[in-house]
Design a protein around this ligand. Structure first.
Ligand SMILES: Cc1ncc(COP(=O)(O)O)c(C=O)c1O
Length: 483
């Protein structure tokens, strides 16, 4: 018997009526219990696969056509992805007929939520004019102007299709500018999946990773050449003495240090203010190009996270929000360092680089993100962090919400109350991965869609009621886990 085609299955399921949006955060005042009491991982998984049964079936179907079922491994959420039908404002409707508050937001991209009128109308106006050209458009300078005006380090910008590409461009520019070839990065820093940089994005306490004061470069994937691994010098976050020693030792070979101020994909670690200031001074002294990868952290404020720290790098990588939901990456920097891109010394060119539609969507998105918008996002972020951490501490729970305090942060369970995360090895040491995973699965079960590993980001359409319900639901889950 012929199976129904993949597309037919999707269409059939998409017609299911969305279920009512139900929050599950009620705590019994007398017993302190949440609504479920004593959550186990297997019970959460059962509820998850049964709630998202169509998504589970689509994942299986997809595996017959696409390795893993979909082209992005990060879609995995527990045993399978959650397939989306539509997105509107702060919510997504899944193919299984459930409406969820979207706290994933395409891994921080959708800062304006879904179908924001500014972005949608800009694209609707642009499409009838043609979508792909071998000519520049005025949209490029428009978005470049916004970034130059806002981001302190950016005097010139070059666009690509993704932050992975712009990170690659950044190290090429730094190598050409300095005439040196090695690249320093932090253990736990993620800078895209390219061969030269997809190295030591996570940490482990196993001997393979070396001592904390001098970590070994470990590839994140098979297929990365040994030469690329040999070009990477790995540092530990917030360990000034070790970093200074390594940077001074390798200064003659080091073209650049590429870093996130708050790391993202490998887990959230916030760099300390004095540590960042010292790195700026030392890299200037040693002739090492300092690159801030602000792919995620540009959503921290009107001037990016570098504006919050008040520290200016030589180069900045941007992505995610700058495309307004379409693919776009950018490399920005001082006119001096970026001059290698116009004096013939460095060539970078991609067919879709600076795609007109991405630039138009990006300019519309960034224009809508005024100071008031950042104020609202950051106010809600602070509220989530303060309310949940105060509540958790008052119960002696090891549940925490952490991050620098802007609209991309994470929740998690530590192995004991009072433990925190200052370096990536602290994750391996201190994080209770199972109870953190229970939180993520239960959030999905109760009407919220975070990143499976505990990160979440806010979007502008979220109301104070959405935030209250999210806080109440996390309390309910933590109360059940702690019970
Ligand atoms: C800090 C950082 N740099 C680079 C990248 C790569 O971006 P993209 O996936 O758009 O290529 C990411 C993606 O999550 C990121 O978080």
């Amino acid at each position: 018997m012929r199976r129904p085609p993949f597309g037919a299955l999707v269409e059939g399921m998409a017609s299911a009526a969305p279920a009512r949006f139900a929050y599950g955060g009620i705590i019994d005042e007398t017993s302190g219990r949440g609504p479920m009491a004593s959550l186990t991982l297997s019970a959460c998984l059962d509820r998850f696969t049964s709630k998202f049964a169509t998504s589970a079936a689509l994942t299986d179907e997809g595996r017959k056509l696409i390795p893993g079922g979909y082209s992005r491994n990060s879609f995995n959420f527990g045993p399978h992805a959650v397939f989306v039908d539509t997105g509107s404002g702060a919510h997504i409707d899944t193919i299984d007929g459930h409406r969820l508050l979207d706290l994933n937001n395409n891994f921080t991209v959708n800062v304006l939520g879904h179908q924001h009128p500014s972005v949608t109308s800009a694209l609707q106006a642009a499409i009838p004019q043609g979508i792909s050209f071998g000519n520049p458009s005025t949209a490029e300078a428009e978005l470049a102007r916004i970034l130059v005006d806002r981001i302190p380090s950016v005097e010139r910008v070059q666009f690509s299709c993704s932050a992975t590409e712009s990170c690659m461009s950044a190290i090429r520019v730094a190598r050409a500018y300095t005439g040196k070839s090695k690249v320093a990065k932090f253990e736990g820093g993620y800078h895209g999946f390219s061969d030269p940089l997809h190295i030591s994005a996570h940490a482990s306490l196993t001997p393979e990773y070396g001592p904390s004061e001098s970590p070994t470069a470990v590839p994140e994937s098979g297929g990365i050449p040994i030469e690329d691994i040999g070009n990477i010098i790995v540092l530990t976050q917030n360990d000034w003495a070790a970093c200074e020693h390594i940077l001074r030792t390798h200064a003659d070979d080091l073209a650049c240090l590429i870093m996130e101020l708050q790391s993202g994909a490998g887990g959230l670690v916030v760099l300390e203010q004095e540590f960042v200031e010292r790195l700026r001074d030392l890299t200037s002294e040693l002739g090492i190009v300092l690159i801030f990868d602000e792919t995620i952290s540009l959503r921290a404020g009107y001037h990016g996270l570098q504006g919050v720290y008040g520290v200016t790098p030589d180069l900045t990588v941007m992505g995610k929000i700058i495309g307004g939901g379409l693919p776009l990456g950018a490399l920005g920097g001082s006119a001096d360092v970026m001059s290698v891109l116009e004096n013939g010394s460095v060539t970078i060119s991609g067919t879709h680089h600076g795609h007109k539609l991405s630039l138009i969507a990006g300019a519309a998105c960034m224009s809508a993100l005024n100071e008031a918008a950042f104020g609202k996002l950051n106010g809600q972020a602070t509220r989530i962090m303060n309310e949940l951490n105060e509540w958790s501490a008052s119960r002696g729970s090891s549940f925490v919400v952490y991050g620098k305090g802007f609209s991309h942060m994470a929740y998690g369970y530590m192995k004991a109350p009072g433990l925190s995360v200052r370096t990536h090895r602290d994750y391996a040491r201190n994080l209770d991965a199972e109870r953190t995973q229970i939180c993520s699965l239960e959030l999905a079960n109760r009407g919220f869609f975070p990143v499976h590993r505990g990160e979440f980001s806010l979007s502008l359409p979220m109301t104070d009621d959405d935030i209250s319900n999210y806080i109440a639901t996390l309390k309910g889950i933590a109360a059940d886990i702690d019970f």
